[in-house]
Design a protein around this ligand. Structure first.
Ligand code: DX5
Ligand code: ZN
Length: 221
């Protein structure tokens, strides 16, 4: 079992991104939230900045696209150097075609569901994805309260992955901290995104270690 910790730079200091990236070098991935003011009511950054982040980051970049028309834009983030590209069920028109296109470009493909979206429709196309993201807040903003009502969804997905002997990762994003890490890991999540809990901490490396330890103790395969 390997737990991966993915700090979200949404809560970082955007004018000092290089040092903020170096501050999380003990994590496994850096989670970059791309928002377009349409799919979610917030705006962050686009592919020129993601490209630069990929060039300087000490760890692989996981681009979480909360944007409309990922069929058009997601490949641009693979081209920018993202190790994995996540797009949303509620936005993608042809998720299988898009996942295959990302794979052809050398990136991992991840499919995301919002809190009110079921995970079962993904079961028939699970093999197309390296990772499934179960949102544990409504996407758009950092620092929101963790939605524990998403844990049954995580459990159902973990059971399906185990039953079929797949290696698909389960990512959770929103409200993850040292106090919720055990809950998500017990449900079966193995990639934990944490923004405010890492960048809001006095020592980001200690926060990463605390989240990792809680999750490793609680994880069920
Ligand atoms: C929310 C973003 C998250 C956000 C998480 O829409 O997708 O990645 O940064 O922030 P916290 O960990 O503070 O809930
Ligand atoms: Zn995110």
């Amino acid at each position: 079992m390997t737990i991966q910790i993915a700090p979200s730079i949404l809560s970082a200091d955007f004018v000092n991104l290089e040092s903020e990236l170096n501050a999380i070098a003990t994590a496994d991935l850096v989670h970059v939230d791309v928002m377009d003011h349409h799919f979610v009511p917030n705006l962050t950054l686009g592919e020129p900045i993601v490209k630069r982040i990929c060039e300087v980051s000490p760890i692989p970049v996981d681009a979480h696209l909360m944007i409309e028309d990922p069929d058009r834009w997601a490949p641009e983030f693979a081209k920018a150097g993202a190790d994995s590209v996540t797009f949303h069920m509620g936005a993608a028109h042809a998720p299988v075609r898009l996942a295959r296109q990302l794979h052809d470009m050398g990136a991992k493909a991840c499919f995301a569901v919002r809190p009110a979206e079921p995970v079962e429709p993904i079961f028939d196309i699970l093999e197309e994805f390296d990772m499934i993201l179960i949102m544990t807040v409504e996407p758009g903003f950092g620092g929101q309260k963790f939605l524990d009502n998403q844990m049954n969804k995580v459990r159902r997905l973990r059971d399906e992955i185990t039953r079929r002997g797949l290696s698909t990762k389960i990512q959770v994003d929103g409200g993850v901290s040292p106090s919720t890490a055990a809950i998500v890991a017990e449900a079966g999540a193995d990639v934990l995104v944490a923004g405010s809990a890492v960048y809001g901490a006095d020592n980001p490396a200690e926060a990463i270690a605390a989240i990792r330890q809680k999750a490793e103790e609680a994880f069920r395969a």
